[in-house]
Design a protein around this ligand. Sequence first.
Ligand SMILES: NC(=O)c1ccc[n+]([C@@H]2O[C@H](COP(=O)([O-])OP(=O)(O)OC[C@H]3O[C@@H](n4cnc5c(N)ncnc54)[C@H](O)[C@@H]3O)[C@@H](O)[C@H]2O)c1
Length: 264
Amino acid sequence: MSGSMFSGQVCVVTGAAGGIGRATAVAMAKEGARVAILDKNAEGAAETLRLVQGAGGDGIALSCDTTDAESVGTAHAAVVARLGDADILVNNAGVGKFVPLAEVSLEEWNRVIAVNVTGYFICAQAFGRAMLARHRGAIVNISSIGAVHPNSEFGSYSVSKAGASMLTKLLAAEWGPYGVRCNAVLPGMVHTPMTAVNYASEEVLKARSAVVPMRRIGSPEDIAAAVLYLAGPNAAYVTGAELVVDGGLTQNYTRLIPRAGQLS
Ligand SMILES: NC(=O)c1ccc[n+]([C@@H]2O[C@H](COP(=O)([O-])OP(=O)(O)OC[C@H]3O[C@@H](n4cnc5c(N)ncnc54)[C@H](O)[C@@H]3O)[C@@H](O)[C@H]2O)c1
């Protein structure tokens, strides 16, 4: 353990079998939180728990489908029994698949909405009720720059993330009077299992890095650091905020417009 910012607190992280969720669970544990690692992928969740323990932390790994209220209810009961009520919820479990709108099936459209929005709502209700009763708690939703900028040929992903961002603001408005904060992180391009296929090629990695002002792809730890800020005491008066963590990518589009003399 390297700090104590979350010492004595219970933090639930969904989709924590890898990527951003895993980095967040480990970072939270290093700051003293006891973490509940929820994921459909039980094996990956168990591996994250080993990493948490290896970092001197404590927690539990639970198999859970965040789109299924019953499954979330079971996980919630296990978290309360083993660790106590959640102080922090990080809604992170997400999916996406490249498919143009003209071709996306209704099933695929609904699947992405179910995980990326409805799952966040189900978990916020399940873990948030005790926060409301105790008048304290923090929720961080992992949204995306795709919530604000259309992520073309990616099915309902951008619509789902816009939904996650609006859910964030609604929760901030409704639950603020009960001492519960809710904020969102909007990552840009991050190297995780979800996006690994793009970074397997040195050429794609270079081309993608070149359009980011910071000239690199984000790491899961870059996003985890933003989550910890929003969940922690330094953000005590921050709620309903959307923190873009994209190395400047979304500030860069006017640079894509050719100027006279640039085209030869
Ligand atoms: N990687 C990026 O470039 C990027 C950019 C913007 C936003 N995001 C968002 O960050 C979050 C984490 O993504 P990641 O890149 O770490 O991807 P990832 O695929 O590594 O992690 C997502 C995790 O969610 C789990 N999951 C999926 N459906 C689930 C369900 N129904 N119930 C429980 N768990 C489920 C998966 O098993 C997986 O472990 C997602 O919400 C994603 O949309 C990622």
